[in-house]
Design a protein around this ligand. Structure first.
Ligand code: FES
Length: 279
């Protein structure tokens, strides 16, 4: 069966086989210690407990987990609202990325209760507590929940994420039929949040060589684009034991994609295209 969407993948079985790395790229020896516990504000009647990963390389202190009691009656409905509440009411040094706050920019991808997700579209209602918030696994930590995505975007850049077409420009735009446009569905919606690559064990093991699910999904987006004329070069570039074939079809990428896409399916389609490519 070809998995078309993350909705087809079980939500419960993957993490037992591939526990997330606990040092979050700090050092091999680093332990995550218990940090400070901040009590609920006086008079708060409805609270939720958050355990938040903290790390500031300039402080000389190792990574630790601070506990915050968030007043739910004073904060918005999403995990990102709780982080903003903590930063504005309790500890202004807490560091995280965010921008659109509606699941479009991908800035606030993080590990929430053991699984990668976007904080801005993860509701507080019904979430198991204490809510654990940690940076994206497998990426070097810059500070607290902010990770270094340089390598991730180098891989993205390597697949030439733009239409390559040196034919003379038409009078108006390069047109596509509805069928040709349809092929981009399930690929173009990627917001490059990094949730998939960060949850992919082969990406943890070979972050500098394996392009990873996000980059490969983007590669497929341009391979199937009817306006692109570089399909052959794209496939040749990807035909590599590390760039593409480190994928072991573990499916964590499809499991955690917050947009419901299936990078695993895109990767399979690239492999099939390579099999069919004339020698
Ligand atoms: Fe933009 Fe969450 S803040 S995706």
């Amino acid at each position: 069966m070809i998995i078309e969407s993350s909705k087809q993948v079980s939500r419960n079985h993957l993490f037992k086989r591939f526990p997330i790395p606990t040092n979050f790229g700090v050092t091999k020896e680093s332990r995550v210690d218990r940090g400070k516990a901040w009590p609920a504000p006086a008079g708060a009647t409805r609270t939720k407990s958050f355990e938040v990963y903290r790390y500031d390389p300039d402080s000389g202190r190792g990574p630790h987990v601070d506990t915050f009691e968030v007043d739910l009656d004073d904060c918005g409905p999403m995990v990102l609202d709780a982080l903003i509440w903590i930063k504005s009411k309790v500890d202004s040094t807490l560091t995280f990325r965010r921008s659109c706050r509606e699941g479009v920019c991908g800035s606030d991808a993080m590990n929430i209760n053991g699984r990668n997700a976007l904080a801005c579209i993860t509701p507080l209602e019904g979430i198991k507590q204490p809510v654990t918030l940690a940076p994206l696994p497998g990426f070097p930590v810059i500070r607290d929940l902010v990770v270094d995505m340089t390598q991730f975007f180098l891989h993205y850049n390597s697949i030439k994420p733009y239409v390559v077409n040196n034919e003379p420009l038409p009078e108006r735009e390069r047109l596509q039929s509805p069928e040709e446009r349809e092929k981009l569905n399930g690929l173009y919606e990627c917001i490059l949040c990094g949730a998939c690559s960060s949850f992919c064990p082969p990406y943890w093991w070979n972050p500098d060589k394996f392009i990873g699910p996000a980059g490969l999904l983007q590669a497929q987006r341009f391979i199937v684009d009817s306006r692109d004329r570089a399909t052959g070069e794209r496939l040749e570039f990807l035909d590599d034991v590390f760039k593409l074939y480190r994928c072991r079809t573990i499916m964590n990428c499809t499991e955690v994609c917050p947009k419901g896409l299936s990078p695993a399916r895109a990767i399979e389609h690239i492999k099939i295209a390579l099999l069919r490519k004339p020698a």
